[in-house]
Every structure is written in structure tokens, then in C-alpha cells.
Design a protein around this ligand. Structure first.
Ligand code: F6R
Length: 605
């Protein structure tokens, strides 16, 4: 989604903004722009469609300044173009604005207040900057004009705004609602960013903003006020992440780096959550409240939803608590009939996904307890849930999620074990999660070390195909769904993750000569049945690739997985699937880290 950066200080703002935008590139975008001023009346607005590299080509050596704002845009209103790129400027040239989010009532605001203004873009953002300018022309101060504009924006909207008034060139005006935004605190300068990663080379101390506040940022001060004008003091929090953790290092792409990091993610989770004596370091109050639930509701989107599907197996088998898994955007408008004592678990790598946040707001209104499992400390869903557990997976930069998926499943396993143990459930008592996850880490290492074989299969079977299927039953169906999402999102091969028994009820009509069908076989109960389903597709000309656990493998299976606990097989089976997706994308010449149309951290509904 859109990325926002801003700085006010004494150094070269152009470099700070461009470095910051570069660090946000991973989020997905289609145009970019910056505005800078030098405090002496010189100001520059440069925007371009395409990549930051395209923007850089437009920045001539004379462009300079010490205050500025920058933006990467992921189109929502209006096509990707230079005109629609941010920053947007008011018609009188006084105000410059960048925006992340969507203004639900922009058309009505435009009609009601701005019929006399000529617009140069199709964006909702331009309506806001024109409104601020209009109210300022009527005599309001910038802060009052900004505030008045915010009060006109309807509840369906989401935004984070960063505004500069060229009459106060060292000041940034900031406000947010539902979209993330942080102030980074420096010595003689301050920065603003939608993700701390953007500014880690400037500062590690950030102040979080709350919806409904107005913040005035100058080089030496940050003033936070609520809408009533009362000042709010909030201490910065420290972000430990090293800026280099967000670098690719020797890797050609982040996705490959993050696939390779997964054994380390398992080990980090063991270290953070399991003590030497095997006891689990999770707040007992959280475990008790989870165990009091009649039913668990896991709510998530995309890959995190798929991690939730595996979570259901873990929670039901190890804690005996019925568990439902819901796609957040569906739950938001069509919630199921709830149990009397529900407990909600939100799975979200970024902690910022608007669909999931919408459900959490509803859950908070209902007054039910919740837990967010996330990779980003202090993210919105982490702040707003009753409890948080962190993945400690390091920044996930590639748009396609890999290490967060396996991290989420591993943490669900640790949590389910702790809950089950507290309830004295035998299966949980006997599940030595530290030992089992260590086996997983070793198995993952063996699989990533053997990646050249997977590359060959991708080249042989997937390089030119139009469509493909992943099939499996039970827990293997859960894996198939995530494997299919991975392949389709980075290689654009139309891929379905299918319950193998269900194929014959219609979808088998799509199988033709050489259609790739990748069968996942890790579940003992259903292995035989999935194999028999592969015979049905083989008989219709499909090319079948088998990914099978060692104990269930037969001669001729192409990818053999090391043996691990039956509830943890998704952690291994997904590795070759991630690698198949990665190599297929490269084979087809795509930018695997930034697939078309996609964004990391989807902050609009
Ligand atoms: C796919 C992918 C997405 C995210 C989804 C939810 O590879 O990354 O499907 O999983 O947008 O994001 P989070 O987990 O940040 O809530």
C-alpha cells in the first residue's frame, strides 16, 4: 500500500526522503513523488509514474531542501499516472499533501465545497488539500483549516495525512485515522513515516499516533493535540530492528532471503517462548482466558488466513476447544452466530491489515477478549487487541509472505501446547514442542539447501503453463491453499488449491494434457486417497508432482520431506512450494519481490 515519509531538520531532505521511500518500495506501488523546500523560498515538487528509479531520473541537481514529504502510491482513485501521484498541491500553490487511505465521501465534499476549483487529478487526496486551502483562504490558521477538513471526512474513510504549508516551511502537519503513521524523533530533526523501517537510518525512537490527533512537527519539537486542543504527552518507543535487517545482503531477492531465514525463525521462536526446562513463557492470564473460551475465532486475510487453517487443527487437537477460521473481510459484514464465550485470535504479519482491524474494532465494541499474533511490535492490531504475541521473524519485505506464515504456525503450536498443558490434556502433555520445532528447523534447512532440485522442477513443469493445481486432503488441503496463493501471486499462473476428493465433483473438467497437479501427501489418514485422486488426473493427461513426507513416500515421488510431527508437516511442505513459486516467477522474468497489482500491508478495505 501507499508509503509516506517526511522530514524537517537541517540535512538534505531529498536523500532522506528517497532513502525512506526506497525502504518502503517493498509495499507495492505504482508511482512516487516528493516535495521539498529550502526555507528560503525555493521549493520543488517532483512526481513520476513507475518506480522510485524513474522518480530519481526526474530529480535534477538543483532540487534541494531541508523539509519535505514523499510518497509511494498504490492506486485506488484514479489510474497510476504522474497527475495522480502524490504529493498533491492546492490550486493556490500553498499546501502540499500526501495521503495513505481512502476518503469515502470525497465526491460529496468536492461537490459541496469545491465547485469553483479546477482539479488536476482524479484522486480523493486532491479534494482534501483543496479543502484545507479553501478554509485557510477564509481566514483559518493552517491547523484550524486542517482540523475543520478532518471533521468533514466521513467514518467510512481511512487516512494518514502529512501536510506542508509553504508559508511555514519547516513545519509538518500530521493526522491519522485507521492508517498507520509514526513520528521518528531525532536530535535537531524529526521524521514522519508510515512504517518505522523507512527511517531506521535516521532514528530508532518513534512516537505512535492515535486516531483523532493533530500533530505539529518542527525540527526541535513534536506537539500532539487531541481535537479539543488539549496537549498530549507520549513517550517514544524504541525499535530494536537494525536497518541492515531490512537489506537484501548477498541475495538477489528478498523472497529468497526470507525463505532461507525460516529455520532461524523457528529457532528464534523456541528461544523467545520456551525455557530450558521446557516450560512455555506465555502470560498465564492469557492462557487462562483462552482456555475459558467456548470457541476460538481465528480472523485473518490471505496467507495469514491459511496459517489460521493450520491453527484450527492445532487448537482443536491440543486444547479440545472448537475453533473457527474466518476471512476478515467476510467476517466484517457477515459475522457468524457466536458462542457465548468467544475468544478472538487475529493473525497478521503486518498488524495493519484494514480488513482484520475492522473486525477487531467490532470485537472491542462487543467487549470480547482478543489476541493479535503479529510480526510488528506496536502495530495497530497489536495496540488494539487485549494481548499480543510477536513472531520475532525480522522484517518481511517481499510482498509474498513466507517466513510469517511458518512463524505464525509455529507460534500457534507453542500456544496450543501451553493451553493444552494447562488443561492437562494428554496429547498436549506429550507434545514436546521445543523438540518438534527443532526437528522442523533442521528439516527446513535440508529443504532450502536442496533448492536446486526444486528449481529444476519449476523450470520443467511450471515455466510455461497457463494453470496449475495444488491438491491435498485434511491438513494437506490447508497447505495446498497457501501453496496455490504463493504460485499465483508471484508467477501469475492461474493456480487453485483444492481438496483432492472434491476435484471429481466438477473441477476435474479443467484438467487437460500436461496440466501440472502438485499433490501434497503428509497426512497418514488421507495419503492413500490423495494418491488415488492423482490417478484420476493422470488418466486425463495431467503431470503430477508429489510432495510427500518420508514415511508416506513411494518410489518416483519427486520431493521428499523429512519426518516431523504430523501436526507440523505444513511447516516443511510449504518450503518447496515457496521455492517453486519463486523460481517460476524468475523463469518468467517477473519482479518476484513486487508482483503486479499487489501491496504489502493492505491498509484499505
Ligand atoms: C500473500 C500475502 C497476503 C497477506 C495478507 C494479510 O503472500 O502476503 O495474502 O498475507 O494481505 O496480511 P497481514 O498478514 O499483514 O495481515
Amino acid at each position: 500500500m501507499c508509503g509516506i515519509v517526511g522530514v524537517t531538520g537541517k540535512e538534505n531532505a531529498v536523500d532522506i526522503l528517497l532513502n525512506g521511500l526506497g525502504r518502503l518500495e517493498y509495499r507495492g506501488y505504482d508511482s512516487a513523488g516528493i516535495y521539498v523546500n529550502d526555507q528560503n523560498g525555493k521549493e520543488y515538487l517532483v512526481k513520476e509514474k513507475g518506480r522510485i528509479a524513474d522518480l530519481k531520473k526526474e530529480i535534477t541537481p538543483d532540487v534541494h531542501g531541508t523539509t519535505g514529504i514523499g510518497h509511494t502510491r498504490w492506486a485506488t482513485h484514479g489510474v497510476p499516472s504522474k497527475e495522480n501521484a502524490h504529493p498533491h498541491v492546492s490550486a493556490d500553490g500553498r499546501y502540499y499533501l500526501v495521503h495513505n487511505g481512502v476518503i469515502g465521501n470525497f465526491a460529496q465534499l468536492k461537490k459541496e465545497y469545491l465547485e469553483d476549483v479546477t482539479f488536476v487529478s482524479d484522486t480523493d487526496t486532491e479534494v482534501i488539500v483543496q479543502l484545507i486551502a479553501k478554509f485557510a483562504r477564509k481566514g483559518l490558521s493552517t491547523k484550524e483549516a486542517f482540523k475543520k477538513t478532518l471533521t468533514l471526512i466521513d467514518d467510512s474513510s481511512s487516512y494518514s495525512f502529512l501536510l506542508v504549508d509553504h508559508e511555514e516551511p519547516d513545519t509538518l502537519y500530521v493526522a491519522k485515522n485507521k492508517s498507520p503513521l509514526l513520528i521518528g524523533v531525532g536530535d535537531g530533526f524529526n521524521v514522519v513515516c508510515s512504517d518505522a523501517i523507512a527511517m531506521l537510518d535516521q532514528t530508532h525512537d518513534f512516537v505512535e499516533l492515535v486516531d483523532g490527533e493533530i500533530v505539529v512537527v518542527k525540527p526541535e519539537s513534536v506537539t500532539i493535540e487531541n481535537m479539543e486542543g488539549n496537549q498530549i504527552n507520549r513517550k517514544p518507543f524504541h525499535v530494536d530492528t537494525d536497518a541492515s535487517e531490512a537489506e537484501k545482503g548477498a541475495y538477489p531477492y528478498y523472497m529468497l532471503k526470507e525463505i532461507d531465514e525460516q529455520p532461524g525463525v523457528m529457532r528464534n521462536l523456541i528461544e523467545h517462548y520456551i525455557a530450558e526446562d521446557g516450560s512455555i513463557k506465555i502470560d498465564e492470564e492469557l492462557l487462562k482466558r483462552l482456555n475459558q473460551a467456548q470457541r476460538l475465532y481465528i480472523v485473518a486475510a490471505g496467507t495469514s488466513y491459511h496459517a489460521g487453517l493450520v491453527g484450527k487443527e492445532l487448537f482443536e487437537r491440543l486444547t479440545n476447544i472448537p475453533t473457527e477460521v474466518h476471512v476478515a473481510s467476510e467476517f466484517a459484514y457477515n459475522p457468524p452466530l457466536l458462542a457465548e464465550h468467544p475468544f478472538f485470535i487475529f493473525l497478521t504479519q503486518s498488524g495493519e491489515t484494514a480488513d482484520s482491524r475492522q473486525v477487531l474494532s467490532q470485537v472491542n465494541e462487543w467487549g470480547y477478549p482478543s489476541l493479535t499474533i503479529t510480526n510488528v511490535a506496536n502495530s495497530t492490531l497489536s495496540r488494539e487487541a487485549t494481548y499480543t504475541l510477536l513472531l520475532y521473524a525480522g522484517p518481511e519485505i517481499a510482498v509474498a509472505s513466507t517466513k510469517a506464515y511458518t512463524g505464525q504456525i509455529a507460534l500457534e503450536a507453542i500456544l496450543a501446547k501451553a493451553m493444552g498443558k494447562l488443561k492437562n490434556i494428554d496429547k498436549a502433555e506429550n507434545f514436546n514442542v521445543a523438540k518438534e520445532l527443532t526437528f522442523v528447523a533442521n528439516g527446513m534447512q535440508a529443504l532450502v539447501d536442496g533448492k536446486s532440485e526444486i528449481k529444476e522442477i519449476a523450470e520443467d513443469v511450471l515455466a510455461t503453463t497457463r494453470n496449475a493445481f495444488y491438491i491435498g486432503r485434511s491438513i494437506d488441503y490447508d497447505i495446498a491453499q497457501e501453496a496455490a496463493l504463493k504460485l499465483k501471486e508471484v508467477s501469475y499462473v492461474q493456480t487453485e488449491g483444492f481438496a483432492s476428493g472434491e476435484l471429481k465433483h466438477g473441477t476435474i473438467a479443467l484438467i487437460e494434457k500436461d496440466t501440472p497437479v502438485i499433490a501434497i501427501i503428509t497426512d497418514e489418514k488421507t495419503a492413500k486417497h490423495t494418491r488415488s485422486n492423482t490417478q484420476e488426473v493422470l488418466a486425463r493427461g495431467a503431470r503430477v508432482i508429489y510432495i510427500a513426507s518420508r514415511q508416506l513416500a513411494v518410489a518416483g515421488d519427486q520431493i521428499i520431506l523429512p519426518e516431523v510431527h504430523p501436526l507440523l508437516t505444513p511447516l516443511l511442505a510449504i518450503i518447496p512450494c515457496q521455492l517453486l513459486a519463486y523460481y517460476t516467477s524468475l523463469q518468467r522474468g517477473y519482479d518476484v519481490d513486487k508482483p503486479r497489482n499487489l501491496a504489502k500491508s493492505v491498509t484499505v478495505e
